[in-house]
Design a binder for this molecule. Sequence first.
Ligand code: NAD
Ligand code: DAU
Length: 331
Amino acid sequence: MRVLVTGGAGFIGANFVHQTVRERPDAEVTVLDALTYAGDRASLADIEDKITFVEGNITDAALVDDLASKADQIVHFAAESHNDNSLKDPSPFIQTNLVGTYTLLEAVRKHGVKFHHISTDEVYGDLELDDPAKFTPDTPYNPSSPYSSTKAGSDLLVRAWVRSFGIEATLSNCSNNYGPYQHVEKFIPRQVTNLIDGIKPRLYGAGENVRDWIHVEDHNSAVWTIIDKGRSGETYLIGANGEKNNLEVVQTLLEIFGFDKNDFEHVKDRPGHDMRYAIDNTKLRTELGWEPKYTDFSTGLQATVDWYKANEAWWRPAKEATEAKYAAAGH
Ligand code: NAD
Ligand code: DAU
């Protein structure tokens, strides 16, 4: 199978490429990535000789058309992915998440290549803390931020291209990922690298917001399950029953590092901050037989801390500028 992975130098995409090279020796992998601030070729350094890397933009119609004509399956990870950035400047989110997805869909339509669209649970908005409900594939779309609204728009484009033009496409909406190669702007790597540097973890607001954590390896095994066995036009929600509030996550990290559990700082909250995400993964488990492997969060988190400790050369170059950006925003 010739697989074109967009955004393969980012966090989840790079882990997907590693997993694919490791577990699917028959797959010929091409990565298309613009190497924005979030993309890093070093994330693929140890498998560079096993893949083809193309530096380019998913809004470049001629390039996308050429690459799509040589692929059997596209797995579309490329996106602007950080909520805080989208609140500061939405424009790259419109370009990449909407125009980029549209550009890919037009090439998919022309060349009859299969498409898997990677999306987020944030398209469903948020849940109350005391609500017993979780997101299902039937939950109405209600995104809160420029990031999540552009992801919602991209999902709707994919669905429309399936219905109107008959392209073969599957979609997945996943909860918060953690694991190796995640940019230091994101919550867990930011706090892990702060702790390595002797800086207190920074908690937005009261820290009551809940995220449904899943290890990136489990996200990617689910993506392959959907590509292998999923039905075209269908949406599958990916999650591993990992609900934790932000305070619990920070305190688990403080415990891993052997610090006092109150040794963190409250900082300015995010405007429009979603309260809770929670995934009902019944469809994925019962219809496609997928199960997560990383069911113990603190074990997965310990492994992630070990990875950041062992790979300082990978994250250090981005740390100072990221923290300067947060300081300017009061976070
Ligand atoms: P990331 O920000 O770490 O990586 C994004 C990658 O896309 C980078 O390598 C970047 O260079 C590339 N990219 C950005 N704009 C591009 C463009 N115009 N053309 C080509 N490449 C471009 O993101 P991530 O956290 O790995 O997320 C990957 C996907 O998964 C996104 O679609 C995101 O919405 C989705 N998602 C993420 C999470 C999460 O917890 N991180 C959860 C659910 C879904
Ligand atoms: O739910 C899936 C989404 O998860 C993905 O679609 C996004 O791409 C991904 O970035 C993530 O979005 P969040 O906004 O939930 O992730 P983030 O890591 O930015 O923040 C997680 C939580 O931690 C959120 O409630 C905000 C909070 N936070 C974040 C930072 C950076 C803090 O308390 N302190 C921080 O320093």
